[in-house]
Design a protein around this ligand. Structure first.
Ligand code: SAM
Length: 292
């Protein structure tokens, strides 16, 4: 369905209808034609419906309803497109580029998160909730760093002290930075979380930063989109991904693959962790959302 075209078509038919009604037509036909990309002007309902409805009042109600739902649909389509563009940007640039990009226009962050929430509303389970429950079932005295915190759901739902980190902050409790370089002290946190946030092309540098700020024996909890770690669909080999993190100085404690949309990894930093000289990091496939 192409709403703007059908609205324009309606106007055309009415103009051909002759001069006698020129002063009578509905308000829509008096408006200047909208530019192609703009929302359509309100249009009269099809003449068939008018005859059926009998009164002007009855015809006007569905007209307004139809127009606003059309506008809503168009707005949703535009913001959905904007979200997908921003999402692709985040997956295909470095953390520093993403930081500079959002710094220039912090409103884009809201556009991204509105679209992200919409996408996530279709997931049967939210990975961030699994992580929140995991934290709640452990130690409330642990200090947590939530790398790529989004709307800081972790900090809002647990008793722990949480350093929430993201590219943009409209909340004083969120640290705005590229998470490859946080202001956190070395060996200062017990848990580092990456919930769907290993987005940048330089994602290994985020994990190196987590390694720097984690205490010995600290937990590294990673939730990632399943398709990014599906070698049958161009994703990375999850074994290779785990191996790289083990080479960074961690042990894999457990892997939770029961969720349809994401995989969870629970690593622990070794007491005497030693970073391998060279680590073979697999490339993680960008997670691009389809138009709904
Ligand atoms: C997919 S969202 C997930 C948000 C949140 N963790 C959740 O599960 O609801 C990923 C978040 O990571 C953030 N992010 C991506 N790259 C980042 C970087 N280099 N530094 C800081 N935050 C980053 C994005 O801005 C975004 O808010």
């Amino acid at each position: 369905m192409e709403p703007p075209e059908s609205a324009a078509g309606g106007r055309k038919r009415r103009r051909r209808g002759g001069g006698r009604n020129r002063r009578k037509p509905s308000s829509s036909s008096q408006q200047a034609p909208a530019p192609a990309a703009a929302p359509p002007p309100p249009s009269s309902p099809p003449s068939k419906r008018r005859r059926k409805d009998g009164t002007g009042q009855a015809a006007a109600t569905p007209k307004r309803g139809n127009t606003s739902s059309l506008l809503d649909k168009m707005r949703a389509r535009l913001s959905g497109g904007h979200f997908r563009m921003l999402n692709e940007k985040l997956y295909t640039c470095s953390g520093q580029d993403a930081f500079d990009y959002f710094k220039n226009d912090p409103n884009l962050f809201d556009v991204y998160h509105t679209g992200y929430r919409e996408q996530m509303s279709h997931w049967p389970e939210q990975p961030v909730n699994v992580i929140i429950n995991w934290l709640k079932s452990h130690n409330a005295s642990w200090t947590v760093a939530d790398f790529g915190c989004g709307n800081a759901a972790v900090a809002k739902n647990v008793k722990n002290k949480v350093f929430s980190i993201d590219l943009v902050s409209d909340d004083p409790s969120v640290i705005a930075c590229d998470m490859a370089h946080t202001p956190l002290e070395p060996s200062s946190v017990d848990v580092a979380i990456f919930c769907l946030s290993l987005m940048g092309t330089n994602y290994p540098s985020y994990l190196e930063e987590a390694n720097r700020v984690l205490k010995p024996s600290g937990w590294l909890v990673i939730a990632e989109v399943r398709s990014r770690l599906d070698p049958n669909n161009g994703g990375a080999d999850p074994e290779k991904f785990s191996k790289a993190i083990i080479q960074l100085g961690f042990s894999l404690v457990s892997k939770d693959e029961k969720n349809k949309m994401f995989i969870l990894f629970y690593f622990r930093k070794k007491d005497k962790s030693k970073v391998a000289k060279s680590i073979d990091w697999p490339q993680l496939k960008p997670c691009l959302y389809k138009r709904r």
